[in-house]
Ligand binder design. Structure first.
Ligand code: SF4
Ligand code: SF4
Length: 427
C-alpha cells in the first residue's frame, strides 16, 4: 500500500475515533435525562406546537437515538433540532441538571458536517462576523443605501428576491452613527479601577448608543474604560450554529485581547453568556477567564461612586424584559431591576411572560420567521397591555427584534441608556 494511503487511513481512523468519543460524551449527557417532563411547560417551541418532538425531552430522545444509530440522521430530525431556540429554559427547569445546551450545540456540529449550509450563511459566519472592520464598512454602505433612496428602488426591482436576500433586507435594523473607538477612556483625576469593555460585533455596529452610555456611566463613577482594539465577535452565533472551530478561534482571540484586565464588562447578555462559557469551550485551558466576565448592570450594582453623581428623577413606568441569556445562562436577571431603582420616581415591573424567549435568538428569526413572530407577538401584546412608557432589555439581539416588530410607540432600550440619560448622557 502506498505511504500516502496508509497516512490517510491513519488520519481517517483517528478522526473517526474522535467523532465516536464525542458521540459517547453527548450520549452521556442525554443519559442524564430521566424523561420526567418537568421541562416541557417551560419550552417555547413545545408551548407553540404541542409536539413532543419539539420539546426538550423529545429532542433529547431523538438526539440519543441518532447518536446511538437507532434512528436515521434524517431531514425531519434536523428540523426538530433547528427549531430549538437554544433558550436554555429547559436547562434551568431541569431537576436533574441535564446539560441540554452542551448537547444541542454538540449535535449541531455533527449536523453541520452532514449538511451543506448555504454559501451566504457560511460567508457571513466565517468571513464577515469575524472581521469587525468589514462589518463596519458594510454598515456604512447600508446607511448610504437607506439614506440615498436606493432601498425603495431595489425593493421594487425584485432583485433582492432573486438573490435570496429579501428576508434579510426586510429585517434591516436602523443603523446608528458609527464610533471610532479609542483604546482607553480615562477618568479625570484618580481612577477607582480599570475595566475592560466588550464591544460585540453587532452591538458596535448598530447599538453604539448603549456602548457609549456604558462608557459615560463608568467614567462618571470613576472607572477608566479599556477597549482592547484586538477584540472580536464573541462567537455565540458560531457556537450555536455548529461552527465550533470558528467559535474557538474567536474565544482565543478575545482571551488574548483582554488578558491584561481583571474585569470584562458585557452590555449584551448574548455576548456575556458566550464569554462566560469560554473556559468550557476551550476545555478549561484558561480556567480564570470566565470569572472576569460580568454584565454591566451587575457590575454597576456593586460599583462605588454613586454618592458623587446626580440622577434626575423620572416619572415613568418601566417594564423589564429578561433575555434568556441573562436569565437562564448568566443567572443575573435581577440586576437590571436593581440598577433602575437608582432612578428616583420610576415604577418598575417585569414584562409578563418573561420566562419565554422573544424569538430573536441570534439569527433564528431569519430562519424560522413563523415561530419567531408568534413568540415576539406575545411580547408586543404584553407590552401593549402594560401601560408602560419604556421597555428595557439587556440584550441587543432581543431589543432589536422587538423594535423591528414593535407596533406601539413605547421606546425599547437598554437599561443603562435610560440610567445614563438621567445622569446627563446625550444620545
Ligand atoms: S431534560 Fe430534565 S426536566 Fe426535561 S425530561 Fe429530562 S430530566 Fe426531566
Ligand atoms: S433550549 Fe429552549 S427551545 Fe430548545 S428545547 Fe430547551 S426550552 Fe425548548
Amino acid at each position: 500500500m502506498p505511504t500516502e494511503t496508509i497516512l490517510l487511513d491513519h488520519r481517517t481512523s483517528r478522526s473517526e475515533k474522535h467523532a465516536k468519543n464525542k458521540d459517547a460524551s453527548l450520549i452521556k449527557i442525554a443519559d442524564h435525562c430521566v424523561a420526567c417532563g418537568l421541562c416541557l411547560p417551560h419550552c417555547p417551541t413545545y408551548r407553540k406546537t404541542q409536539s413532543e418532538a419539539d420539546s426538550p425531552r423529545g429532542r433529547i430522545a431523538l438526539m440519543r437515538g441518532v447518536l446511538e444509530e437507532r434512528l436515521p440522521f434524517s431531514e425531519r430530525f434536523i428540523e426538530h433540532i433547528d427549531l430549538c431556540l437554544t433558550c436554555h429554559a429547559c436547562e434551568r427547569a431541569c431537576p436533574n441538571n441535564v446539560a441540554y445546551g452542551e448537547l444541542v450545540d454538540g449535535m449541531r456540529v455533527k449536523i453541520e458536517t452532514k449538511r451543506n449550509s448555504g454559501f451566504l450563511h457560511k460567508l457571513a459566519l466565517r468571513h464577515m462576523m469575524t472581521r469587525p472592520r468589514l462589518l463596519q464598512a458594510i454598515a456604512a454602505s447600508l446607511r448610504i443605501y437607506v439614506k440615498s433612496g436606493a432601498q425603495s428602488v431595489v425593493r421594487k426591482s425584485g432583485l433582492l428576491k432573486l438573490l435570496g436576500l429579501d428576508k434579510l433586507e426586510r429585517n434591516l435594523p436602523p443603523l446608528e452613527t458609527p464610533v471610532r473607538w479609542k483604546s482607553i477612556y480615562p477618568v479625570l483625576g484618580n481612577a477607582r479601577a480599570e475595566v475592560g469593555l466588550f464591544l460585540g460585533c453587532i452591538a458596535r455596529t448598530i447599538d453604539t448608543t448603549t456602548l457609549r452610555a456604558t462608557t459615560f456611566v463608568l467614567n462618571r463613577l470613576g472607572y477608566t474604560v479599556i477597549v482592547p482594539p484586538e477584540q472580536n465577535c464573541c462567537g455565540a452565533l458560531h457556537s450555536h450554529s455548529g461552527e465550533r472551530e470558528t467559535a474557538i478561534n474567536l474565544a482565543q482571540q478575545n482571551m488574548r485581547a483582554f488578558d491584561h484586565v481583571d474585569t470584562i464588562i458585557s452590555t449584551a447578555s448574548g455576548c456575556g453568556a458566550q464569554l462566560g462559557e469560554y473556559d468550557q469551550l476551550l476545555k478549561n485551558e484558561f480556567p480564570t477567564f470566565s470569572r472576569k466576565v460580568v454584565d454591566i448592570a451587575t457590575f454597576l450594582n456593586q460599583a462605588d461612586g454613586w454618592d458623587d453623581v446626580a440622577i434626575t428623577p423620572l416619572n415613568a413606568k418601566i417594564v423589564v424584559h429578561d433575555p434568556c441569556t441573562l436569565r437562564n445562562v448568566m443567572r443575573q436577571e435581577k440586576s437590571p431591576y436593581e440598577l433602575l431603582k437608582r432612578i428616583p420616581g420610576v415604577d418598575i415591573k417585569a414584562l409578563p411572560g418573561n420566562d419565554q424567549c422573544c424569538g430573536g435568538a441570534g439569527n433564528y428569526f431569519l430562519h424560522f420567521p413563523e415561530m419567531a413572530d408568534s413568540l415576539v407577538n406575545d411580547k408586543i401584546n404584553a407590552l401593549k397591555q402594560s401601560g408602560a412608557d419604556y421597555l428595557v432589555s439587556a440584550n441587543i439581539g432581543c431589543a432589536l427584534f422587538m423594535r423591528l416588530r414593535n407596533t406601539t410607540t413605547i421606546e425599547i432600550l437598554h437599561p443603562v441608556v435610560l440610567l445614563a440619560r438621567q445622569m446627563g448622557f446625550i444620545c
